[in-house]
Design a protein around this ligand. Structure first.
Ligand code: SAM
Length: 288
């Protein structure tokens, strides 16, 4: 296995199939077997798991997941990679390939159908070495749609991982941080240097495991309003919370200032210093 997907081997497979590495689709394939093992072990995959892999490419990570999982459903957008992927997984009877854009995949339906077919499947775990260009849209789509998964273990650009794991008060803390931390707790699995891929990307990467919360960290009267407050609060990063929220729900500057003070939130603070609980307090009381 460790040699099967060396850099030269992957290049040879792609050349034999007259397939180039598509930059547009973020095709940087993993060549480092240790990283592949770290992802699979970090995702805690077991034989009762249905793994949904986003962007399997030629199947480097797919076969490693299939060694542990009950079923792997691999969703790959690039039609030209499907024959290569099929050959990689040929010896596995627990891998299904779907040639589709993950942004259009009905994951709920996929999970239900798999459970009907294989009643031993218990948990759903999402795994992927994501194309950098759609990392946050994919994560938000999965979380906002209430994907029926226990966890999402994914490789992403280090800067994005730093944002997702940032604490309030840190420069990297942003609207996406608050949103993801509302849905998940996060574990860092491994840092991955650019040398672990072919072709080498310009940036380093991090694998995170997002553990989807069964119970949310704050009670909300209106989830949409909560996210609207976060979005407005981070609307203009260098401005104070008061300036960002003035006009929100028709409140004048004076009204918003008094409102924030009534919640013991200093109006001159910036959004990146607010905890999820404070955003929730604002949304819940605006609603009241
Ligand atoms: N999993 C492989 C690996 O680790 O070597 C490939 C990872 S590569 C960074 C990302 C893969 O995602 C590519 O195979 C690419 O074609 C695929 N991809 C890009 N956009 C996609 C989308 N919207 N839906 C499904 N797959 C996508």
């Amino acid at each position: 296995m460790s040699d099967r997907f060396s850099e030269s081997r992957i290049k040879a497979i792609m050349a034999q199939n007259k397939a180039g590495f598509s930059k547009k689709l973020g095709q940087n394939f993993l060549t480092d077997y240790n990283v592949i093992q770290d992802i699979v072990l970090g995702a805690e995959i077991c034989s009762e798991d249905h793994v949904i892999e986003i962007g399997p490419g030629i199947g480097v990570l797919t076969v490693a997941c299939a060694d542990y999982a009950g079923l792997v459903t691999a969703v790959e957008i690039d039609r030209k990679l499907i024959p290569i992927l099929s050959r990689t997984v040929a010896e596995y009877d627990n891998v299904e390939i779907i040639n589709e854009d993950i942004m259009k995949t009905d994951i709920g339906k996929l999970v239900t159908e798999a459970k009907e077919k294989y009643d031993f499947l218990q948990n759903v775990k999402i795994v992927g070495n994501l194309p950098y260009y759609i990392t946050t849209p994919i994560i938000m789509k999965l979380l906002e749609s209430g994907v029926p998964a226990e966890s999402i273990t994914i490789m992403m650009q280090k800067e994005v991982a730093d944002r997702l794991t940032a604490e309030p008060g840190k420069k990297a803390y942003g609207a996406i941080t608050a949103a993801v931390q509302y849905y998940c707790t996060i574990d860092t699995i491994v840092q991955v240097p650019a040398e672990a891929f072919v072709p080498k990307p310009k940036v380093d990467s991090t694998v995170l495991r997002l553990n989807i919360r069964k119970d949310k960290p704050v009670e909300l009267k209106d989830e949409k309003l909560f996210f609207d407050v976060i979005k407005a609060g981070f609307g203009q990063r260098r401005k104070t919370l008061l300036n960002c929220l003035t006009g929100f729900m028709g409140k004048s500057k004076e009204e918003m200032s008094l409102f924030l003070q009534s919640l013991a939130i200093d109006p001159s603070r910036r959004a990146e210093t607010l905890s999820i609980q404070e955003f929730a307090d604002i949304a819940n009381n605006l609603k009241g």
